[in-house]
Ligand binder design. Structure first.
Ligand SMILES: CC(C)(COP(=O)(O)OP(=O)(O)OC[C@H]1O[C@@H](n2cnc3c(N)ncnc32)[C@H](O)[C@@H]1OP(=O)(O)O)[C@@H](O)C(=O)NCCC(=O)NCCS
Length: 416
C-alpha cells in the first residue's frame, strides 16, 4: 500500500514535468548585491527580504525545491526526519548523522509534565488548537534554561527540540480538548507515526503513517510565506526561538494562510455534493467571497503539493468511503474554479485544497488540520530563522505615513 502512495507521487511528478518547463526563472536564483532595487506591491509583494539556500518556489512553473531537491523526489524517497535534517543543515545526512538526529528527536519528544499540566487547566473543547499550541510553546520556552542563549549553536538545539516537541504538544492538545489524557511518545515509531499515535492513542497502520509522513514533508518549507517571515522577524530582534515560533504559530492560524485548510473542509461540507458545486460557486462569486484552497501569492500554476495530495485524497477516500462524497465534491469544485478562474486569474488548487480531505479520511478532526501544518512547518520556520541568524540584521521596513502632520492638541473638555 505504501508502494501505491509512492506510485501516485511518481505519476504526479511525471504530470508536473509534462506541464512545466525546466528552465529556472532568470535573475531569481543567483547571489544579489545589496541594496537591491525591486518593485514592491501591497503586502510586500515582490520585496526581497534576504537571500537563502533553504528553499525555492518557482510560482510560474509550479516548482518547490528544498536545498536543491524537488518536492516530488523528497515526498517519494525521503522521510520527515531526513527532510528536517536537510533543511536545518543544508545537506542530506549520512546514515550515522540521520541516526544521531533521529535519536535526538526521540529524546526531545518528551515534554515537561508542567507543560501538560497547564494545558490541561486552560484548554477546553472550544479552544482553538493553534492558540493552545502557541501557549504550549510559550511554556516550553519558560521551562528551558537555554532559551535565551541566541547563539546559532544553542538556537539550533532548541530548533531540534521544537521540531520534536510541536508534534507532542499538538498530539496532547488533540486529546485534552476532548477530556482525554495525553499519551507518551513511542520510541519505536517514526515522527509521523508518533504524531498520529499521540493524537489517537493508537499505533497507526503503515499507510496512515506513510501518508502523514508525505504530508509533513510537503508542508515543511515554502519560501517567505507569512508565518516563516513572522518567525524570522521576531528572531531577528535576537528574541528567542520559542518566542519566534509562538509568533509563527499565530500567523499560520489565519484563514488566508494555514487556516485555509479548515475552511476548505467547512466549505466542502456546506456544498454537500458535487451536484451543488455550480450553484454554490455562483453564489460565492456574486457575493465576492474567496474560494478557500485556491489561489496563491506565488503560484500562478498548479501547486505541486496539491498535485500529490489530490491523488492521495482519492486513495484515502477509496479506503474510507464514508468520505467519498467529500472527494467528489472537491474534484467538481476544482473543475469549476479552474474553468472559471484558471485562465483569467491563474487560480488553481493550492496545498490546502486536498490536504483536509486527506486528513478527514484519515479520521482526523477538522480543528487539527492547521496544527498538522505547524508540526511540519516548524522545520522551515527554524531552518530559515537559523540561516538568517548566522548573518543577522534586524528586519525593519517602513510605512508611508498618510495622516495629518500638524494636528493641534485640544484639551478633552474642549473637544466636540
Ligand atoms: C492566498 C491568497 C491570499 C493570495 O492572495 P493575493 O496574492 O493577495 O491575491 P490577490 O488578493 O491579489 O488576488 C488576485 C485576484 O484573484 C482573486 N482571487 C485570489 N484568490 C482567490 C480565491 N481563492 N477565490 C476567488 N478569487 C480569488 C482576487 O479576488 C483578485 O481578483 P481581482 O483581480 O478581480 O481583484 C488568495 O489567493 C486567497 O485568499 N486564497 C484563499 C485562501 C487560501 O487558500 N489560502 C491558502 C494559501 S496556501
Amino acid at each position: 500500500m505504501s508502494k501505491e502512495v509512492n506510485e501516485l507521487i511518481k505519476q504526479a511528478a511525471i504530470k508536473a514535468k509534462q506541464e512545466t518547463d525546466d528552465e529556472p526563472e532568470p535573475g531569481l536564483t543567483s547571489e544579489i548585491e545589496w541594496p537591491v532595487e525591486v518593485k514592491i506591491g501591497r503586502g510586500l509583494e515582490g520585496a526581497i527580504a534576504t537571500t537563502t539556500k533553504i528553499g525555492y518556489v518557482n510560482g510560474a512553473k509550479g516548482w518547490l525545491v528544498y536545498q536543491g531537491y524537488n518536492c516530488f523526489d523528497l515526498a517519494e524517497k525521503s522521510n520527515f526526519e531526513e527532510t528536517c535534517y536537510l533543511l536545518l543543515f543544508g545537506k542530506l545526512p549520512t546514515d550515522k548523522e540521520l541516526r544521531d538526529f533521529t535519536e535526538k528527536l526521540t529524546e526531545y519528544r518528551h515534554i515537561p509534565e508542567a507543560t501538560l499540566d497547564v494545558l490541561q487547566k486552560v484548554v477546553t473543547p472550544e479552544t482553538h488548537p493553534m492558540s493552545a499550541l502557541a501557549t504550549g510553546v510559550s511554556i516550553l520556552g519558560n521551562l528551558d534554561s537555554t532559551a535565551d542563549d541566541t547563539s546559532v549553536e544553542a538556537e539550533t538545539d532548541v530548533s531540534i527540540k521544537l521540531i520534536a516537541q510541536l508534534a507532542t504538544l499538538a498530539g496532547a492538545i488533540a486529546r485534552i480538548r476532548h477530556g482525554k489524557d495525553p499519551v507518551d511518545p513511542d520510541p519505536e515509531l517514526s515522527h509521523a507515526g508518533n504524531f498520529l499515535s499521540l493524537m489517537t492513542g493508537q499505533k497507526p497502520d503503515e499507510v496512515l503513517e506513510r501518508i502523514m509522513d508525505v504530508a509533513l514533508i510537503l508542508h515543511a518549507d515554502h519560501g517567505m510565506n507569512a508565518s516563516t517571515f513572522t518567525t524570522m522577524v521576531v528572531n531577528s530582534s535576537l528574541s528567542d526561538m520559542y518566542s519566534s515560533v509562538v509568533a509563527g504559530i499565530g500567523s499560520l492560524k489565519g484563514p488566508l494562510h494555514g487556516g485555509a485548510n479548515e475552511r476548505v473542509l467547512y466549505d466542502l461540507q456546506e456544498i454537500g455534493s458535487a451536484d451543488n458545486v455550480e450553484s454554490w460557486f455562483k453564489e460565492v462569486r456574486e457575493t465576492k467571497r474567496r474560494v478557500m484552497g485556491f489561489g496563491h501569492r506565488v503560484y500562478k500554476a498548479y501547486d505541486p503539493r496539491a498535485r500529490i495530495l489530490g491523488p492521495i485524497a482519492k486513495l484515502m477516500t477509496d479506503r474510507n468511503p464514508k468520505f467519498k462524497r467529500l472527494y467528489e465534491t472537491a474534484i467538481k469544485l476544482e473543475e469549476v474554479v479552474t474553468r472559471e478562474l484558471g485562465a483569467e486569474k491563474k487560480i488553481f488548487p493550492n496545498v490546502d485544497f486536498y490536504s483536509g480531505t486527506v486528513y478527514r479520511a484519515m479520521g482526523i478532526e477538522i480543528a487539527m488540520f492547521t496544527p498538522i501544518f505547524a508540526v511540519s512547518r516548524i522545520a522551515g520556520w527554524t531552518a530559515r530563522a537559523l540561516e538568517y541568524l548566522a548573518d543577522n540584521r534586524l528586519f525593519r521596513p517602513r510605512a508611508v505615513y498618510t495622516g495629518p502632520i500638524k494636528a493641534e492638541y485640544v484639551p478633552i473638555d474642549k473637544r466636540s
